[in-house]
Design a protein around this ligand. Structure first.
Ligand code: SAM
Ligand code: DTB
Ligand code: SF4
Length: 327
């Protein structure tokens, strides 16, 4: 097997094209080498600032350009964020991810988000934020506040990207990821399947993710949630087997990353989710809402874990900085 950095586009295309049983066997083998295959990490999302975004991401209901029916909401008060984080912790999540509909955070908002981060971290949860583009100083301030992960996706291939977003470039995204790394935070970076991209675009996205240096610690693989009013509302649904292939190849290319079965899970059967977990997904968004769209019912998730013999990652998470032996 080539060194991770030596993968070529042809290799990745060949992986995506393998007979499914060969691909699954290989991906599951890589998964077992690096992780307990029966453990799953749970992240809960909260939209801390919703809608009214000036960007034009064609998939996104929060862009102010599309009539998706989302009401804009300003930044939530600190106590509301803390309450939701406490609920997430009580329900068994180990990571709390705060999302904001920005091109990038404004100074006044960043100061408030820094307060959220300190308060959520004090609960012993891992913290993650997704706030759009960051400059160097902003990344440093978030890291200093105790932010463990920053989510910023490449979304699709560089070639297909201009069909999906015109208001900021692939290069802008890579710059933000560099700032996040330089500030010492862990990177959560993935993409979306089902934007109308080709299999080659998927291969290019997966290769670009694996070539981030170092590769992301967390890789969310989203299936497009088609929201009425957005330009991609009528995009044909991805073949579920094709989706599983993307998960499997992400696992092979990024053996140590948590691969997250992300948006789109609520319309997936239990069997399809089980196949994704076999293919190497070992993290999910947990809680009944993503940012603005519905996610799976938590009781049903627990039934699924029981049926599959999956154990949620224990609390406190390994990297929370909490003393495991205290209390
Ligand atoms: N505004 C920030 C940004 O774009 O970086 C942070 C929030 S944004 C909603 C985070 C990610 O959610 C996007 O990069 C995209 O990958 C994903 N996303 C948004 N809408 C989606 C949809 N309808 N279906 C699937 N994924 C979606
Ligand atoms: C990611 O890759 N997926 C999440 C998270 N990062 C922020 C967002 C999914 C959003 C789905 C559409 C919505 O609920 O608005
Ligand atoms: Fe704005 Fe982020 Fe939605 Fe793009 S994905 S429109 S940047 S909230």
């Amino acid at each position: 097997m080539p060194h991770p950095h030596a993968w070529t586009l042809a290799d990745v295309q060949a992986l995506l094209d393998l007979p499914l049983n060969d691909l699954l066997y290989r991906a599951h083998g890589v998964h077992r080498e690096h992780f307990d295959p029966n453990e799953i990490q749970l992240s809960t999302l909260l939209s801390v600032k919703t809608g009214g975004c000036p960007e034009d991401c064609h998939y996104c209901p929060q862009s102010l350009r599309y009539a998706s029916g989302i009401d804009s909401e300003p930044l939530l008060p600190l106590d509301a964020v803390v309450e939701r984080a406490q609920q997430a912790k009580a329900a068994g999540a180990t990571r709390f991810c705060m999302g904001a509909a920005y091109r990038g955070p404004k100074e006044r908002d960043l100061a408030k988000i820094i307060e959220y981060i300190s308060a959520v971290k004090a609960l012993g949860l891992e913290t993650c934020a997704t706030l759009g583009l960051l400059d160097e100083a902003q990344a440093r301030r978030l890291a200093a506040a105790g932010l463990d992960y920053y989510n910023h996706n490449l979304d699709t291939s560089e070639a297909y990207y201009p069909e999906i977003i015109t208001t900021r470039s692939y290069a802008d995204r890579l710059k933000t990821l560099e700032h996040v790394r330089q500030a010492g935070m862990r990177v959560c970076c993935g993409g979306i399947v089902g934007l109308g991209e080709t299999v080659k675009d998927r291969a290019e996205l997966l290769l670009a993710l694996s070539r981030l240096d170092p590769p992301p610690e967390s890789v969310p693989i989203n299936e497009l949630v088609p929201v009425p009013g957005t330009p991609l509302a009528h995009t044909p649904k991805t073949d579920p087997i094709e989706f599983v292939r993307v998960i499997a190849v992400a696992r092979i290319l990024m053996p140590r990353a948590h691969v997250r079965l992300s948006a789109g899970r609520s319309t997936m059967s239990r069997e399809l989710q089980a196949l994704c977990f076999f293919a190497g997904a070992n993290s999910i968004f947990y809680g009944e809402k993503l940012l603005t769209t519905p996610n799976n019912d938590t009781d049903q998730d627990h039934e699924l874990f029981a049926a599959l013999g999956l154990r949620p990652e224990a609390f406190p998470p390994a990297d929370s900085g909490m003393d495991v032996h205290a209390g």
